[in-house]
Write a protein of this length. Sequence first.
Length: 489
Amino acid sequence: MIPLSIKILKNLNGRLLIPAYRLAEQKPQIGIVHLGPGAFFRGHQAWYTEQALKFGGDWAISAVSMRSPDVSQALMPQDGLYILALLDVIQSYQVIGAISEVLIATEQYPQVFARLTAASTKYVTMTITEKGYCLNASGTLDLENALVKQDLSCTSQPVTAIGLLYTALEARFQANIAPFCVISCDNLTDNGHKLRMALIAFAEQKDPTIANWLSQQLISPLTMVDSITPATDDAIKAQVGAELGVGDNWPIKREAFVQWVIEDVLPADRPAWQQAGVIYAKDVTAFEKAKLRLLNAPHSALAYVGSLLGYETVFDAMQDNRLTCFVQQMINEEIIPSFTPPTELDINQYSADILARFRNPAIRHLLAQIAWDGSQKLPMRILPAIGDNLAAGKPIDKLAFAIAAWCRFIVKRFSDKEKLVDPLSEPLLAVAAKCNGKAEHDVALFLAVSAVFPAELAAHTSFNAAVQAAYHQLVNDPAGALLAFIGEA
Ligand code: CS2
């Protein structure tokens, strides 16, 4: 098997799409820094930039990991190249060349700082997951967060993404260089606004002049990102090797469907993302709500209820009629009525297409992966619909069932002595340790976790009653509880 590198690109030409611009005499220079180069970024934004680079421009990417050396170790020996496999009815492969360097912030801080402060860096995109923004339950920068405190008080190398961006922006201000445009590509409600406000809040603590400059000049669009991209496993590495005869340290797999909606506020000097399929929209909030509520909420519901029923992947869970019926009812009765969809979307079709994507047999998406970081995800994808429905006197029982399933999932991880992947794993496992299986008692403990449940919601009688009812049924018999909920028992 030949290891992937620029040297062998020519030999691959004709067998799969290659980044021909990497072979040209004049290669694109770096114009984008990306924070958090995980699988989703490499399958999604890097792919869009790959398509855009075919139209020219200095928009190569410097990919920066905050701490992990893994991506750098995998991609640097292969010149930043990797293979993207699109797994659907038709399977196809493409070599992505948009990343021309990978840096590790903790180990190569001077290089990272130089990239972020270079006038040629015009965009910083990021996929740092919900927890990377260090926000509190009300969505603003958590000034009590230990890492934020550390970055606010020390002048050396920052450890948070917000601290890192602020330090670079401060240096740009001092050097009279315009701020880069920051693009959050995480599944956060109001992502761009929250990021902007977090940076300004950080600046207010450090230097009000810079806070003021950022309020006037920082561009931070709202975005909606979508493409199901499971973590790379050995199977995809073997598949790439067997079908292409190429050794890739870290190929990426995703479904063919891909979507990126960006608020229409970017400067004119930008990559040819529109030609690559990006949708620029005046109002992204409606798209973002549609995606978080109709894709991510059912995903999390499937992850927790499906795990309790013993399923491993989304595809497996979608073969169980009880689960699909539950998810369909949750969507029709409680999610679609919870918000006003974008006018350009046929919401029923959009939702049906998402469920069809969950049934893609070529995608092995582990429920465990989706279940990670529930404390960060539920407030973005499920609690807002519950809040809206409660305010409008609409039903919440199915959504509350998903919350109860999350609680039971944590209790099960605790009793099975399994690791809980969540930034709040410690307090959540401490709650689980106190649980006794009595709904009223256990649910009260969970709802008291204020980093997840806003006080008003936690005190809401109907919400408490709905979570308790579901929890009570889930304790002894998850499958029976599901049947009772979908009205067949
Ligand atoms: C998933 C998302 O892991 C998760 O929590 O719900 O990563 C989902 O696959 C993407 O948002 C799809 O665009």
